[in-house]
Ligand binder design. Sequence first.
Ligand code: URA
Length: 233
Amino acid sequence: MRLDKYLANSGLGSRKEVKTLIKKKKITVDGVIVKSDSFDVKEGVNHVFYDGQEIFYKEFHYILLNKPQGYVSAVEDNVYPPVTDLVPEYEFAKLFPVGRLDVDTTGALLLTNDGDLCHKLLAPKYHVDKTYYVEVDGVMTNKLIKAFKSGIMMDGELTLPGDLVILSEHTGELTIHQGKFHQVKRMFQHFGLKVTRLDRKTFAFLGHEDIELGSYRELTPEEEEQLKEIVKN
Ligand code: URA
């Protein structure tokens, strides 16, 4: 693999930035300064160092974004900026969002370039939990708790049991285990309630409480493992 690709995928910097580091003779391979971007690095065989630190190649990247309103959950769009615009440092990795949050929805959105994991996390059979903070234009009553638990008809089938916790007249927290198009809005709409604010607090066990709106963080190796564990069987 080319040295510049190896370095960029390790998260050291953009392709352009790592080329500059190479030019500045900051990179060694097996103890020797390498000045060529296209130097052929053998992953797991050669030892690449920058500034006294070994640099490891990483094929897959996992980012948790706290999505703000006004961004579309896609890699390109004709109307709104895509969420990938919020992670320019990861352009090299060609990340894509795991599922969709509406343009006006905020909150936890996983981005990755691991297509296999993405596919599994979205597969109905794994029932990954998603918890939403919801505000509606009417009154949330206990009737909703019961109805969401039993499931409501959507796209010709009953939704899986959802758990609604009512926080106040107009606000609640809803946990669902599937991801139909506009599911939360449609569940409330079923009872004549319009969702006026929607924030995904957690996707699986990943919450955005430590991430500012519009910012993101890399998952820890433990979190990556935990996610893979969810979809193992
Ligand atoms: N359900 C919705 O209706 N919208 C979202 O963005 C996510 C879940």
